[in-house]
Design a protein around this ligand. Structure first.
Ligand code: RIB
Length: 309
């Protein structure tokens, strides 16, 4: 079974439905407002746990974070390490339009309050077997990578949201890089998508990569093994957390000695189910439902991988 220690962001997502995103200088009314549990870290913990992995979530919530704690708890995530401080939790203002696309404004809150001492204590408690997962929504990401690598733990980074800080992280210590095409091109320092994987291989020979390409599917490489997949033709209601669902399911399978093709197949089905439901963590499907949907053909015919742009 995959064993994951996620130093993951936790956000209260304030989700506004809009007919079109608000433009600079514009004031507009939204159609609805809902508050959901989110944060790339929390969503990924929920997804990996629902996929069947043993997940420990490390991070901080503020005085308003009860629902974040409860969401992880009800999904069987180990919360021994989660701490609460007197600040406010991270939050996200999310607009979702009629096509199910989103745009997201983040406030870091307690996600930015990790300390070196806390990281050491968390790793000590987790032990030296398994994988440490980070996203780019907390502080001290580079330190976490270094410390995990020094302990012999595998390390995975979801380099999202992409910004300059990513270039300061010791990416040569990363075992799994999980990125979309924009993040991948920035890290590989190339313009053409087709160059992303060869350039990453050259820069970081030992790095395994999962590259997601939105509606065109995904492609992944682990050593000499490579696999690619298209997507299912489902109706999109809200894409929030689709990437997190993909990542959680994929890592859980890939770390459990499954082939990349099998890992991609399950992750693709899970994220296709996620986009049919509003919200973040709550839209991550359960493993049994994903398997049933594949078996019963409820998601339609899996499309071909969409190729490079
Ligand atoms: O990936 C989706 C997530 O990004 C949202 O839940 C939001 O909180 C932001 O972190």
């Amino acid at each position: 079974m995959a064993r994951i220690l996620n130093f993951g962001s936790l956000n209260l997502d304030q989700v506004y439905r809009v007919d079109a995103f608000v433009q600079p200088g514009e004031t507009k009314s939204s159609l609805s407002l809902e508050t959901h549990c989110g944060g790339k870290g929390l969503n990924q913990s929920v997804a990996a746990a629902r996929a069947g992995a043993e997940v420990w979530h490390a991070g901080q919530i503020g005085c308003d974070g009860d629902m974040l704690y409860e969401k992880l708890q009800e999904n069987g995530v180990n919360l021994t390490l989660l701490e609460r401080n007197s600040g406010v939790s991270g939050h996200a203002i999310i607009q979702v339009d009629n096509n199910g696309q989103n745009c997201i404004l983040l406030f870091g809150g307690t996600n930015q309050a990790l300390t070196e001492d806390y990281i050491d204590r968390a790793m000590e408690a987790f032990g030296n077997e398994g994988l440490v997962l980070v996203q780019n929504e907390t502080n001290l990401v580079g330190t976490i990578i270094e410390k995990a690598h020094a302990r012999g733990l595998q390390v995975a980074i979801n380099a999202a949201p992409m910004d300059e800080k990513v270039f300061t992280y010791p990416l040569e210590m990363i075992d799994w890089l999980i990125v979309n095409e924009i993040e991948g091109a920035a890290i590989a320092k190339c313009e053409l998508e087709v160059d992303i994987l060869p350039k990453l291989k050259k820069l970081y020979p030992k790095m395994n990569v999962l590259l997601t390409l939105g509606k065109r599917g995904a492609i992944c490489v682990r050593g000499d093994e490579q696999a690619r997949s298209g997507i299912y033709p489902v109706k999109v209601v809200d894409t929030t957390a689709a990437g997190d669902t993909f990542l959680g399911y994929f890592l859980s399978e890939a770390l459990d000695q499954k082939s990349l093709s099998d890992a991609l197949a399950l992750a693709t089905a899970a994220s296709s189910m996620c986009v049919q439901v509003m919200g973040a963590a709550d839209s991550v499907p359960m493993r049994a439902d994903v398997l049933a949907a594949i078996e019963e053909g409820n998601l339609g015919k899996l499309g071909e991988w969409g190729g490079w742009r």
